[in-house]
Design a protein around this ligand. Sequence first.
Ligand code: GLU
Length: 270
Amino acid sequence: MTIISRFAPSPTGLLHMGHAYSAWLGRQRADTWLVRMEDIDTIRCKPEFAVGIQEDLAWLGLNWDGHILFQTRHLNQYNQALTSLQAQGLLYPCFCTRAEIAKAQSAPHAHENIYPGTCRALPLAIRTQRMEAGHPYALRLDTKRACHSVGPLRFFDEALGWVMAEPWRLGDIVLARKDVPTSYHLCVVHDDSLQGVTHVIRGEDLREATHIQVLLQALLGYETPVYVHHKLLLGADGKRLAKRDKALTLQALRVSGLSPDKIIERLRQA
Ligand code: GLU
């Protein structure tokens, strides 16, 4: 089987050893290895980070195949996916502010990370009135209804075998944000399908996201790829590497005189 995989960084900062590990694993496994810039967050993403990421990958000798896909360059395609979900009656407008959501989540019995569902139950007249008055709104997936419409789903996780998807664990996720007419989950499933990705190779911190992405694939008629959720590299303090750990960016390591071979050697031993 030909393995098509992708490395999909968000250019909100420079790459660190954790990203390098993910990219290196992907490049090793894939026959075709694609790079995708997940740049829909136009406030946090910066063109200079996208350039820096390409420089780092090239310096490490992790050469990608074909063109780099920038998500902001094809926003209209996400809209088609959204329209399809809307036609299935699975989306609703959410007018809640972050503060309102946080307040509802702090109530007794509320789940702290899941949207409390306030706007799902909003009467149609109020919805219409708010929309006509120009109140900003996001579009959320009615996840329970969506789960009922497609029935049980599973995905193959290389480390765990077949896993039953439990999309409701993430609640009613946002599919179109107030500021951008799409969202992380929608773009990922759309682009993985568009790019013919057969194996999603990414950190195990995204295993939770897989549950909801599998649901979106079923709703949109996309194939579900194989998932390889790899371990996360930890820093000297035992915490996972993050973009804020500036000293460990590949750029900093390069400036300190470390060679690409040494970095790859470290990744091999990780
Ligand atoms: N853009 C995501 C990130 O940088 C990765 C998305 C994915 O691999 O599915 O965390």
